[in-house]
Design a protein around this ligand. Structure first.
Ligand code: FAD
Length: 87
């Protein structure tokens, strides 16, 4: 509350993107991405090419759906749990 304010404008353009951020691959050595810049993971586990890094959702699939992102999140969480339990 109290943070709202009114801007006088002529038009509002909503800018939404579905692309991966190219900086991610450029600044993260050893992270394998495909030609579209999406992270490559092991399908069964969501593990990336980096140790102790899992990925899922749009950054892996490209523009997809909430259900698919949630599914990959669950798969990654299960594998992280398995990994930690073994340690
Ligand atoms: C306009 C639009 C409409 C859509 N409508 C539907 C729909 O009706 N039904 C449906 O199922 N799907 C829809 N989708 C797709 C759905 O939104 C995505 O598939 C889903 O949100 C992917 O979830 P995610 O967790 O993988 O990624 P995201 O929801 O994109 O979450 C990634 C998060 O990471 C954060 N982030 C990014 N970079 C950094 C950083 N460097 N540091 C910290 N945080 C960072 C972002 O701010 C974001 O919060 C729509 C997408 C768009 C763009």
């Amino acid at each position: 509350p109290g943070t709202e304010h009114v801007l006088e404008i002529d038009a509002a353009v909503v800018a939404l993107g579905n692309m991966s951020n190219p900086l991610m691959a450029k600044t993260t050595a050893g992270l394998n991405v495909n030609k579209r810049g999406n992270i490559i993971v092991e399908e069964e586990t969501q593990r990336t090419s980096l140790d102790k890094v899992w990925a899922g959702g749009d950054i892996v699939l490209g523009a997809a759906t909430v259900i698919l992102a949630m599914g990959e999140g669950r798969k990654a969480a299960a594998n992280i749990n398995e990994y930690l339990a073994k340690k």
